[in-house]
Every structure is written in structure tokens, then in C-alpha cells.
Design a protein around this ligand. Structure first.
Ligand SMILES: [Zn+2]
Length: 469
């Protein structure tokens, strides 16, 4: 028996799947049938049991059984379709002829069949999937907005080849198992180390296909942009959407806001150092971009704005549906009416409550660290000055944060809230690190925090700021 990519034996692979996730033993294409079959079997069992226990004519039971199975299958089928379709949007061949031509060209160079449909996807990622009858390419809308054509070719090549390589049984099941374990690892579990060589081997072959059709510079650049977009989009949702959703606002222009942040607010430059640092510390095969780029003999490069993208935006109602999907994890569990709004129309008070939440949580963490009932902002500044900022933990997107250090994360909400209380106004709703003083002067809150820290007397500086307001 031939070994799998990375050297694992088939016997070991089957054992792993059986012991971890038996469902993955079933080839991917047959998996959608599992639930309907289980429902049908349960329905037949129920009807048979009733038939044995109660004396009613046979034909009534046969009809009942058929109706029950049909109802169960249609409910499950309908739910599955709704779930699967709400975060993708078909890009029509006639309106996106350039895109389809690019995809077909990449497939031809790699001697693969082109996917039958290309979909825009709400996620900041890309994937090729093979359904029962068709292969589809899903391209994440946040990613599409930043890729030049050559970079897009590299991404398409990667996805098509990865899909092709994971088709033979049981490779696809092992890959699914690995990614499930990796996403669980965030909650503390260890990903399956013995699958590392398999994942590395598949990723390398898929990335090499990118190099073949787009060259190594475009492939490295596409991987770098993948790192930026995957983390940056998540950060953007945490920073500019999660607390709004809690306030029952629904920012329908989430995707347009993300594009503005990338194109007009130097997001890549500010996030990049932290992203590279976090990525370098990521030991998980497949998950670390620097590891994938190094396997190609390159290094991560700071993403440059694209010169020509094939398309950026989708019709407003589609982007709104994507937004609902992207934010669904932050929506309240019960159905709650949210006010649909656009970023330009969010009231200042809703933004204030985001910064006040951060400030209150910083103060609560400071009080806990000092063993006091309550802490004031000067206590928190003192903790920072003593070099203990990393010991403060609160609900802040640390792993994606664009702040130039943990110390700034602590000082930022303290300074921001003090300035707002003294009559400073918001400028652009998506650039809140800047506030406008009553005199009209623009205050860079992040810059102020950095100056306090660099000056060596942050506590005095902060006290002076409070008294000057
Ligand atoms: Zn921060």
C-alpha cells in the first residue's frame, strides 16, 4: 500500500479517523447523504415500532412512514441549503468574464478541470470545494479587494491543486480532521502533530503550483496578503462591529468600511510588525504563513496596495447579507431587532460605549492585579510604568491589535475617554485614534500614549493631561 503525502501509512490514517472522527471515513462526496439517511432510518424505526404496538391498517402506516421521511428530508435539506448558501454569492460568467478567463487559464496551465462556478465568499479566505456534481471556487470578498491579478492567479492555483490533492481517500478526511483540531487548539487542545508532514507536503505542492503559474514574487506577496487579510478582517470586526452589534446596531457597510481602512488608513503598515511577530511564533504546519513562504525559499513581505484588481465590491444587498453572516457569531442568540445603519450614521454614544467598556475593563484588571476593590486611571498607568502591562488581561483583540505595544493598549482607552469627557469630538468614524479638540486641533491618541511612554514620566504626563482638560 502506497503511503500518503508526508509518509503516513493508510492503516494509521484509517485508525486516526476512526478514533477521532468516524464521520470523516465516509468520502467527502457521500457525506451530505449521511444525515438524510439517518433521518430516514429513524423514521422507519418509529413507524415500525408504532405498527407493532398499535393495531392500525398497514396502508395508513406505509403512507405515514413515507410522509415522515419526506418531511424530515426536506426540512434538513432546506436548512442545509440555507446554511450553505447564505455566505456565498455566484459571480455570473457574463458579468465576470475576466475572472472566469483567469481561472480557466490557471486550470489549463496546471492541466486541471476549471471549476464550474466561481463564488464570492463572506470569509477572508479562499477554497475550492467539490460537491456531488460540481467543483466550485470560493473567493473571499475581503481578500479579493487587495489582490493584483498575478496574486489572484497564485491563490487560484493553490486552491485548485489543494482540492485535487485532497480528493483521493482518505487524504481529504485527514485534512479536515487537522483543521478541526487546529481550530480547537485555540481553546487549548493540541493539534495532531503526526499530521504535520502531510499538511506541510500538501501546502508546499499547492504553493509551488502558485509559483508555476504566477512566479515566486506574486505567490509570496499573495501569502503575505493572506496573513494580513485573515487577521486584519477579524480585527476589524472585533474593533468596529462587535460592540455595535451588542448595542443593537447593524453596520450594513462592514465590507466597504474594511476596504476604506485598508486603502486610506495605513492599516497594513500599522498591523504588519505585530502580525509577523505572532506568525513567527506559530508552530502549526499550514497555519503559519512565514513557514509556508520559507518552504518556497522566500520571506514575508509587507503587503503593497494592488495596482489592478479584477473587482472589489458586490451589490449592496449582497454585501449586507455577507455582513449578517460575518457578524452572526456576535449577534444575540435570541432574535433581537437591530437598527440597520451605516458607519457614517452611528451615533457618537455607541462608539463611546466601546471605549468606556475597554477603560472599565482595564481598571477592573488593574484593581484585581493590585488587590484593591477599585482602581483609578493613575493606578493603571503606574502598573504600565512598572513594566507589568502584560499582566493585565481584558476583552481586547491583543493577538491582532494594531497598537504598537501592550502599554499603548492600556493607555489608549484611558486617554481616549478623558479627552471625550472634556469635549473632544470624533473625526472620521473609522479612524478613532484621532479626536478633534474644541480648538479644532487634531489629537492623535495613540501618538500621545507613545509620547507619554517614551518620555519616561507617563504618570506625570497623564496627570498633567487630566488637569489641563
Ligand atoms: Zn491594543
Amino acid at each position: 500500500m502506497a503511503a500518503l503525502p508526508g509518509g503516513m501509512t493508510r492503516r494509521r490514517a484509517v485508525w486516526l479517523l476512526l478514533s477521532r472522527r468516524p464521520r470523516l471515513i465516509v468520502p467527502r462526496r457521500a457525506r451530505p447523504l449521511l444525515t438524510p439517511l439517518a433521518v430516514a432510518a429513524a423514521a422507519v424505526a418509529v413507524v415500525l415500532a408504532v405498527f407493532v404496538l398499535v393495531d392500525i391498517p398497514l396502508n395508513v402506516f406505509v403512507l405515514g412512514a413515507v410522509a415522515l421521511i419526506a418531511a424530515g428530508a426536506s426540512v434538513i435539506g432546506g436548512a442545509g441549503a440555507r446554511q450553505g448558501e447564505s455566505d456565498v454569492h455566484l459571480l455570473r460568467r457574463d458579468t465576470h468574464a475576466d475572472l472566469y478567463a483567469l481561472v480557466a487559464d490557471v486550470a489549463r496551465e496546471l492541466r486541471l478541470q476549471p471549476p464550474r462556478r466561481v463564488m464570492a465568499w463572506a470569509s477572508p479566505d479562499a477554497r475550492a470545494t467539490r460537491g456531488f456534481l460540481r467543483t466550485e471556487l470560493w473567493l473571499g470578498l475581503p481578500l479579493l479587494a487587495v489582490l493584483d491579478e498575478e496574486e489572484l492567479r497564485a491563490v487560484v492555483a493553490h486552491e485548485l491543486v489543494l482540492e485535487r490533492l485532497s480528493r483521493p481517500w482518505p487524504t481529504g478526511g485527514l485534512l479536515t480532521l487537522y483543521w478541526t483540531e487546529v481550530s480547537r487548539a485555540e481553546a487549548g487542545a493540541e493539534p495532531l502533530g503526526e499530521l504535520g508532514p502531510l499538511v506541510d507536503s500538501l501546502m508546499l505542492q499547492a504553493d509551488q503550483a502558485g509559483v508555476r503559474v504566477a512566479g515566486s514574487e506574486a505567490t509570496t506577496s499573495a501569502l503575505s496578503k493572506g496573513l494580513l487579510v485573515a487577521n486584519g478582517f477579524t480585527w476589524f470586526m472585533l474593533r468596529y462591529a462587535r460592540d455595535l452589534v451588542t448595542e443593537r446596531f447593524f453596520p450594513s457597510d462592514l465590507y466597504a468600511g474594511w476596504r476604506w481602512k485598508l486603502q486610506h488608513d495605513d492599516l497594513a503598515e500599522r498591523m504588519w510588525p505585530g502580525l509577523v511577530r505572532a506568525d513567527a511564533g506559530d508552530e502549526r504546519p499550514g497555519a503559519s504563513m512565514s513557514r509556508r513562504v520559507a518552504a518556497l525559499g522566500g520571506v514575508l513581505t509587507i503587503p503593497r496596495p494592488p495596482e489592478r484588481v479584477l473587482f472589489t465590491a458586490l451589490p449592496g444587498e449582497v454585501e449586507e447579507r455577507f455582513t449578517r453572516q460575518a457578524l452572526s457569531r456576535y449577534l444575540p442568540k435570541r432574535y433581537v431587532l437591530s437598527r440597520k445603519t451605516r458607519y457614517g450614521d452611528v451615533p457618537d454614544g455607541a462608539w463611546d460605549r466601546h471605549h468606556e467598556r475597554e477603560r472599565d475593563e482595564v481598571l477592573a484588571a488593574a484593581a484585581a492585579l493590585l488587590g484593591k476593590d477599585v482602581a483609578d486611571p493613575l493606578d493603571a498607568v503606574e502598573i504600565v510604568v512598572a513594566g507589568r502591562a502584560p499582566e493585565l488581561e481584558w476583552n481586547h483583540a491583543f493577538s491582532f491589535c494594531a497598537h504598537p505595544g501592550r502599554e499603548v493598549c492600556v493607555l489608549f482607552p484611558l486617554i481616549h475617554c478623558a479627552l471625550r469627557a472634556s469635549g473632544h469630538d470624533y473625526g472620521h468614524p473609522l479612524r478613532q485614534r484621532e479626536l478633534r479638540a474644541p480648538t479644532g486641533e487634531v489629537v492623535d491618541v495613540t501618538g500621545l500614549a507613545v509620547r507619554f511612554l517614551d518620555g519616561g514620566s507617563a504618570k506625570d504626563d497623564f496627570r498633567a493631561l487630566l488637569t489641563s482638560l
